[in-house]
Ligand binder design. Structure first.
Ligand SMILES: C=C1C[C@]23C[C@@]1(O)CC[C@H]2[C@@]12CC[C@H](O)[C@@](C)(C(=O)O1)[C@H]2[C@@H]3C(=O)O
Ligand code: AKG
Ligand code: FE2
Length: 367
């Protein structure tokens, strides 16, 4: 079958959509998702200004949400509204460029960064109706974002790079605040996860979902759990994010003043399975494009992902083996398409690999 080209300007002129974008009936958008999922809206303003009572309340609400489904929203987060507006404007500026311009940052097979128009080169079916631009952001290398944007898109796009460099540095700061709350709520202390993530190697992803003439037959982002540690998402006012809990899909209504935060598979492992990484997806519509900004907090590549000892005991044995983010990222880019079972399948794969390596090691001679 011919590989389709995902160019919204071309596709919007057709009455139907190429078959590779059509999702099977059991996986396509469902009417139940018109229902809203009320995830807690947590005011973190008091906590950020050091109020101990406000901090205790935030800790309780975050802990409760993470044990249930791993999704919550934060308001009074201290992120400058003008920066957020700029970040959304830059999404429009980038994705409305002609395809060949965007392809200057083309994401190559096996890589997690760059521009992807759908995933036409990577998957043959159940293609997502979206374009993305992803890039790395590390607090230890403040020039990384601007250098990447200028190196791929050219000097003319330096300002876009500067906007996202600022945005990512703010997201990293906010995610470390949330890590303190997660540590406190799990009883391991505020410093534990903050220290673990201080030198993070995170991924920023701009999602752009063009309008689709057949929105009930396709998906913008298929059902998946984020393999990463913590996601901080800002959706524009269009709406499309849906979460699967209690056996049904429900929508998280966009709020301009809120970030949607969710636990990813890597944090689920770091909490020994206590905090949930939950299945979610994004739907599209036939009228207007939709944008979302996703910051995925990730550990440094070779740091060992293991829960603190206090979360492991006879009643709560290790839920997942030790691994590195490098190996999980590689797994999702080269061997497995992220879905609701990523961590489970990856865990079995890593145990098999370790056993294989053990078998290859010379055994000590028996005396
Ligand atoms: C590690 C990652 C794989 C992923 C991008 C990400 O940084 C976090 C989300 C992942 C996901 C899940 C749904 C889809 O399968 C996917 C293609 C997507 O759009 O977001 C994958 C990403 C990917 O494999 O590139
Ligand atoms: O666009 C959205 O609302 C969700 C995107 C998402 O889940 C992702 O990029 O991992
Ligand atoms: Fe996601």
């Amino acid at each position: 079958m011919v590989q389709p080209v995902f160019d919204a300007a071309v596709l919007s002129g057709r009455a139907d959509i190429p078959s590779q974008f059509i999702w099977p009936e059991g996986e396509s958008p469902t009417p139940d998702a018109a229902e809203e999922l009320h995830v807690p809206l947590i005011d973190i303003g008091g906590m950020l200004s050091g109020d101990p009572r406000a901090t205790a309340e935030v800790t309780r609400l975050v802990g409760e949400a993470c044990e249930r489904h791993g999704f919550f929203q934060v308001v009074n987060h201290g992120i400058d509204a003008e920066l957020l507006a700029d970040a959304h404007r830059c999404v429009d500026a980038f994705f409305t460029m002609p395809l060949p311009e965007k392809q200057r940052a083309l994401r190559r097979p096996g890589e997690s960064c760059g521009y992807a128009s759908s995933f036409t080169g990577r998957f043959a079916s159940k293609l997502p109706w979206k374009e993305t631009l992803s890039f790395r952001s590390c607090p230890s290398d403040p020039a990384l974002v601007v250098d990447y944007i200028v190196a791929t898109l050219g000097e003319d796009h330096r300002r876009l790079g500067e906007v996202y460099a600022r945005y990512c540095s703010e997201m990293s700061r906010l995610s470390l605040e949330i890590m303190e709350v997660l540590g406190e709520s799990l009883g391991v202390g505020r410093a534990h996860y903050r220290r673990f993530f201080e030198g993070n190697d995170s991924i920023m992803r701009l999602n752009y979902y063009p309008p689709c003439q057949r929105p009930m037959e396709t998906l913008g982002t298929g059902p998946h759990c984020d393999p990463t540690s913590l996601t901080i998402l800002h959706q524009d006012n269009v709406g499309g994010l849906q979460v699967h809990t209690e056996g049904r899909w429900r929508s998280i209504r966009p709020r301009a003043d809120a970030f949607v935060v969710n636990i990813g598979d890597t944090f689920m492992a770091l909490s020994n399975g206590r905090y949930k990484s939950c299945l979610h997806r994004a739907v599209v519509n036939s009228k207007v494009p939709r944008k979302s900004l996703a910051f995925f907090l990730c550990p440094e590549m070779d740091k060992v992902v293991a829960p603190p000892g206090t979360l492991v005991d006879a009643a709560n044995p290790r839920a997942y083996p030790d691994f590195t983010w490098r190996s999980l990222l590689d797994f999702t880019q080269k061997h497995y398409r992220a879905d609701m079972k990523t961590l489970e399948v990856f865990s079995s794969w890593i145990v098999q690999q370790q056993q294989g390596q053990l078998a290859l090691q010379p055994q000590p001679a028996r005396t």
